[in-house]
Design a protein around this ligand. Structure first.
Ligand SMILES: C[S@@+](CC[C@H](N)C(=O)[O-])C[C@H]1O[C@@H](n2cnc3c(N)ncnc32)[C@H](O)[C@@H]1O
Length: 289
C-alpha cells in the first residue's frame, strides 16, 4: 500500500539481527557507528539502496554489497554520510590560523617554502574554500609562501559538488556581501559558484580516515582540519584516525578538531597547544626514542 510519501510498502522485512550485521559492515568500512536509536535513519537509507539496486530482500542486497557489485559500497557510503557544513564555520579557528598558528608553521620554513593544509573531511568543499578565502583576506604573507590546500572526504558525491563549487544562500550565510562578490559568480537567484581560479587552486581527493593504506598516500601536511566527523565514530575508530592523521603530519604539525571533539580523550600522540582564539593539537617536533 502506498503511504503518505507515495512509497510502496516493501515486500521484505529487515530483522533487528540484519540491522546489526549491516551496521557492523558499515562501521568496518567507514568508522561510522550507528546504534539501535538511529533505526529510522538506517532503515530509510538501507531500503532506498535495496530498492535502487532492484534487490528483493535484505539478504540479496547484502550479498551484492559484499561482492561490491556495481560499486554499490560507494553508493551506500554516499547515502549514509552526514554532510552538514557551511562557509566560515567555527571561524575562531580561522582567526587562530592567521593570529599565530601560521606564523609558528612558517617559522620553520625557508622563504617561499610550501605550506600544506588538509581539510579532511571536506564534505562539499565549504571548509577548504573558507580556509583559502580567509588566508587571502587576512594573512599578509599569503603571497610569500606556496600554499597547497587539499580537500578530502569518503563521500564521492560530496567531492563532486566540492569540485563544482556551486552553493546556495544557506551555505554562504556567514559571508559578507563583499566577500561573496569577490570570490563567487552568481549563477541564479540563490546559487553562486566559486570563481574558477579559486576552484582550480584546491585539489579534491577521496580518502578514508580509518583506512591506514588509504591514508599512507597522504604525507607532509603542516596543518590538518579534521572537524565534525569524530562525533560519528566510536573510540576505536577515533584512535585509528588519530594514528593515521599523525603519520600524515610533518613533525611539529597541527590538527584542528570540531568544537565538541577533543584529541586528549582519544590519543596521547599529540600535545595540546593553546592559542588565543583556539585550542589545537600538535605532533611532537621529533621522535625522542
Ligand atoms: C559533518 S561533515 C563535516 C564537514 C566539515 N569538516 C565541517 O566541519 O563543516 C562530516 C563528513 O565526514 C565524512 N566522513 C565520514 N566518515 C568518513 C571517513 N571514514 N573518512 C573520511 N570522511 C568521512 C562524511 O562524508 C561527511 O562529509
Amino acid at each position: 500500500m502506498a503511504g503518505r510519501t507515495g512509497r510502496q510498502s516493501p515486500a521484505y522485512d529487515i530483522t533487528p539481527d540484519e540491522v546489526l550485521r549491516f551496521c557492523d559492515f558499515l562501521y568496518r568500512r567507514t568508522g561510522m557507528s550507528f546504534s539501535e536509536d538511529k533505526r529510522y535513519y538506517i532503515d530509510r537509507r538501507l531500503r532506498d539502496r535495496i530498492d535502487a539496486t532492484g534487490s528483493l530482500s535484505f539478504q540479496a542486497y547484502f550479498s551484492l554489497l559484499r561482492a561490491d557489485a556495481d560499486h554499490e559500497i560507494e553508493q551506500l557510503i554516499n547515502s549514509f554520510t552526514v554532510n552538514e557544513t557551511y562557509f566560515f564555520r567555527e571561524d575562531h579557528q580561522l582567526k587562530c590560523l592567521t593570529a599565530g598558528l601560521l606564523d609558528s608553521i612558517v617559522s620553520r620554513k625557508p622563504p617561499g617554502g610550501t605550506v600544506r593544509i588538509w581539510s579532511i573531511p571536506c564534505a562539499s568543499g565549504e571548509e577548504p574554500y573558507s580556509i583559502a578565502i580567509w588566508l587571502l583576506e587576512n594573512w599578509p604573507q599569503v603571497d610569500s609562501y606556496n600554499i597547497e590546500i587539499v580537500g578530502s572526504d569518503i563521500d564521492t558525491r560530496a567531492l563532486k559538488a566540492a569540485a563544482e563549487g556551486i552553493y546556495r544562500d544557506r551555505a554562504l550565510m556567514r559571508l559578507s556581501r563583499d566577500i561573496i562578490s569577490r570570490y563567487f559568480i552568481p549563477i541564479s537567484d540563490d546559487r553562486y559558484q566559486i570563481d574558477e581560479g579559486l576552484r582550480n587552486s584546491i585539489e579534491f581527493t577521496r580518502a578514508n580516515l580509518i583506512d591506514a593504506r588509504d591514508m599512507a598516500t597522504y604525507r607532509d601536511f603542516d596543518l590538518i582540519f579534521c572537524r565534525n566527523v569524530l562525533i560519528y565514530f566510536d573510540d576505536a575508530s577515533r584512535r585509528q584516525t588519530a594514528e593515521n592523521l599523525c603519520d600524515c603530519l610533518r613533525p611539529g604539525g597541527y590538527i584542528c578538531l570540531g568544537h565538541s571533539e577533543s584529541m586528549s580523550r582519544i590519543s596521547p600522540l599529540f600535545s595540546v597547544s593553546r592559542f588565543p582564539d583556539a585550542i589545537v593539537y600538535q605532533k611532537p617536533e621529533a621522535d625522542h626514542g
